[in-house]
Design a protein around this ligand. Structure first.
Ligand SMILES: Nc1ncnc2c1ncn2[C@@H]1O[C@H](COP(=O)(O)OP(=O)(O)OP(=O)(O)O)[C@@H](O)[C@H]1O
Length: 222
């Protein structure tokens, strides 16, 4: 199986000279894998996702994406291939269309064709955002609606890998099931590699799932 992502002997702590949150952490993720990461609150799950997309910098060790050290990949380029969806959805001031097409306003995103309104509207329906118009202000949406929009925005970016941090934490059971089914299709039909942090009992119905637990600074994967 081709390695897409490799964490090698990674150590990280928030304060330069302070204690380490984890050390000697290694992980290999193959193309098309579906990783679920669980672990107690504060164990370091979000930090790990943030390290992978260069929102944090390791104290030591390296992260390789397609064999390249991510320290040498400019963040916009890396994030167009490895897209992170934060636990607390972030919207820019503007319409829902502005937010969905955000990546296409940057040089990296302009290389891809921006989807038209009809495509965006079909996607809003698929994400149970019926009645939400593209011209509407994004700031007036509920947290659960923003959470779904931020996942849509990440998918529109057409990354190789999606890092989803508790993607359904603000959703009711029905909406959560719908988001998970979309995520599973991305994996099984489009071959996207996924790493999902979740506290839910979610167990995906996909063939290449791997479950990991973050515990005492170690990532234990089945
Ligand atoms: N910006 C920061 N500065 C300093 N410490 C931080 C920062 N962000 C997180 N931490 C600390 O690092 C540890 C790991 O945080 P992280 O958010 O990665 O945990 P988590 O496993 O994702 O938790 P949760 O399940 O509650 O989201 C926690 O002790 C947290 O307080």
């Amino acid at each position: 199986m081709a390695k897409l992502l490799e964490l090698r002997d990674l150590s990280f702590g928030y304060d330069k000279d302070g204690p380490l949150l984890f050390e000697h952490l290694s992980l290999s993720v193959g193309t098309g894998e579906f990783l679920i990461i669980k672990g107690a609150s504060g164990s370091g799950k979000s930090t790990l996702l943030r390290l992978i997309c260069r929102l944090n910098t390791p104290r030591s060790g390296s992260i390789l994406f397609k064999g390249r050290n991510t320290a040498n990949i400019p963040p916009p380029e890396l994030r167009s291939k490895v897209t992170y969806v934060a636990q607390i959805p972030q919207m820019i001031e503007g319409t829902i269309r502005d937010n969905l097409l955000l990546s296409f306003t940057f040089a990296q995103g302009r290389r891809k064709a921006a989807p038209d309104d009809a495509t965006l509207e079909r996607m809003l329906e698929a994400f149970y955002l019926h009645g939400v118009g593209l011209e509407q202000s994004a700031s007036k949406l509920s947290v659960g609606q923003k959470q779904r929009l931020s996942i849509m925005r990440a998918i529109l970016n057409v990354p190789d890998m999606l890092l989803l941090d508790e993607p359904t934490s603000a959703l009711d059971a029905e909406s959560a099931a719908m988001v998970f089914s979309i995520i599973e299709r991305l994996n099984t039909e489009e071959g996207k590699t996924l790493i999902i942090v979740t506290h839910s009992d979610y167990s995906p119905a996909v063939p290449r799932v791997r479950k990991c637990i973050f515990r005492n600074g170690n990532l234990e994967c089945a």
